[in-house]
Design a protein around this ligand. Structure first.
Ligand code: PMP
Length: 446
């Protein structure tokens, strides 16, 4: 770089060296790049002109499929009408309309919506709201946060502190203090090849009682879990587990946060997992499917009592010292409103529920293929766990990813687990193509 601006040696446009890609083996990728240049419906188009079936809804987000004309038009219209509006001491109608719409979709009194731009921001917003809420109520000693081993809550400092994925934490110093982790709920010895919620493991929730006894309930602000953990390998909650967590939180005045960044917007066949499992959290975090991945947006949605605690303070004081330049961005609001219309008018959540039994059959049809040591499914989501290659963990699943991509199917891997979560517009034939292709690829793995 020079003080005058771009150096004379700035890379050419087709040089791949400047973009430091997230969560990517940059050096490997740049030797053999996989470039996507278009997306319509259930498919991506690659730079070499191939169609790739999207088995992952982008990154668990494009629930309405790609290029939906109603969503595209809403974004285009909004860009022409009002590109940006500040959300500090100003508002615009679409933000209020969207918040009302979301409040109407969530169960119970989850009625107040704080907008963010991503899942990570939604999580950090929720954690901050939880801490501030207790302080508003005169219980400022409640500062401890409890996450879970193998939990994924985005990549900001709050999220990685409560998160439990080692690689996401270990390079980044001491993180937040006063954080504990519950045990994860993955019990391969007892629950392998479960369909839907596994039978065993509800009692793992009782570890929260241990932390209460250790620290005192009066020090604990909130527990955060993904009701169904996606990024860490598609881990379903054991039957009764979430109910038990809820009961313990109630007993001790601890807030329960459900991170629904993946499970929100129909992935399990209901609008939200909290509705699906019949457990009402105090705060829900969401993002991804809110705009079907078209424009970045997230939200933290809180129950009446939490909001009330902030609103009953002195008038004219700003109630929550928190927010983003792009909170409730007009383009994101327009995208989200159109997306919610599409979900509703096209019946996509019911479609997910209708397709789920066929999906389940096809997932479990992979049993017996080489290296498959577990299969998990719910709604339109699946986790296919492969036995790690001795001395080369992650290699098998990543090879499957590369081979599927060559064969025209996009899958996602996390460690040696393959995760599938297609757009909810998928049809039965496309489900069959996913599992036929994946089955063929699994047979070739050494
Ligand atoms: N929470 C959960 C449960 C997620 O799955 C993710 C993303 N996969 C996040 C938070 C972070 O979302 P983002 O990448 O939009 O920051």
């Amino acid at each position: 770089m020079t003080a005058q601006g771009p150096a004379a040696s700035a890379p050419a446009v087709n040089d791949l060296s400047s973009f430091w890609m997230p969560f990517t083996a940059n050096r490997q990728f740049k030797n053999a790049p996989r470039m996507l240049v278009g997306a319509q419906g259930m498919h991506y188009t690659t730079a070499d002109g191939r169609q790739v079936l999207d088995g992952t809804a982008g990154l668990w987000c494009c629930n309405a499929g790609h290029g939906n004309p109603r969503i595209v038009k809403a974004i285009q219209d909004q860009a022409g009408e009002m590109d940006y509006a500040p959300a500090f001491q100003m508002g615009h109608p679409a933000a209020f309309a969207l918040a009302n719409r979301l409040a109407g979709m969530l169960p119970g009194d989850l009625n107040h919506v704080f907008f963010t731009n991503s899942g990570s921001e939604s999580v950090d917003t929720a954690l901050k709201i939880a801490l501030a809420y207790h302080r508003m109520k005169g219980e400022g000693s409640r500062t401890r946060l409890i996450g879970r081993e193998r939990g994924y809550h985005g990549v900001n400092f709050g999220g990685i502190s409560v998160g439990g994925i080692t690689n996401n934490r270990r390079f980044f110093g001491t993180l937040l203090s006063g954080v504990d982790h519950l045990p994860h709920t993955h019990l391969p010895d007892r629950n392998a090849f479960s369909r839907g919620q596994p039978e065993h493991g509800a009692a793992l929730a009782d570890d929260l009682e241990r932390l209460v006894a250790l620290h005192g309930a009066e020090t604990i602000a909130a527990v955060i879990v993904e009701p169904m953990a996606g990024s860490t390998g598609v881990l379903m909650p054991p039957k009764g587990y979430l109910e038990r967590l809820r009961a313990i939180c109630d007993r001790h005045g601890i807030l329960l946060i459900f991170d629904e960044v993946i499970t929100g917007f129909g992935r399990l066949g209901s609008a939200f997992a909290c509705e699906h499992f019949g457990v009402l959290p105090d705060i829900v975090t969401t993002a991804k499917g809110l705009t079907s991945g078209t424009v970045p947006m997230g939200a933290a949605i809180v129950r009446e009592g939490i909001h009330d605690a902030f609103m009953s303070g002195p008038e004219n004081a700003i109630e929550l010292f928190h927010g983003y330049t792009y909170s409730a961005h007009p383009l994101a609001c327009a995208a989200a409103l159109a997306t919610l219309d599409v979900y509703q008018d096209d019946g996509l959540f019911a479609r997910c529920a209708d397709l789920a039994p066929h999906w389940e059959e096809r997932v479990h049809g992979l049993k017996g293929l080489p290296h498959v040591i577990d299969l998990r499914n719910m709604g339109l989501i699946a986790g296919i766990e492969l036995e790690p290659k001795p001395g080369k963990p992650t290699e098998r699943a990543f090879t499957a990813f590369l081979k599927c991509y060559e064969a025209g199917l996009l899958i996602r891997t996390t460690g040696d687990i393959i995760a599938l979560s297609p757009p909810l517009i998928i049809d039965r034939d496309q489900i069959d193509r996913i599992f036929d292709t994946l089955g063929d690829v699994l047979k070739t793995l050494d």
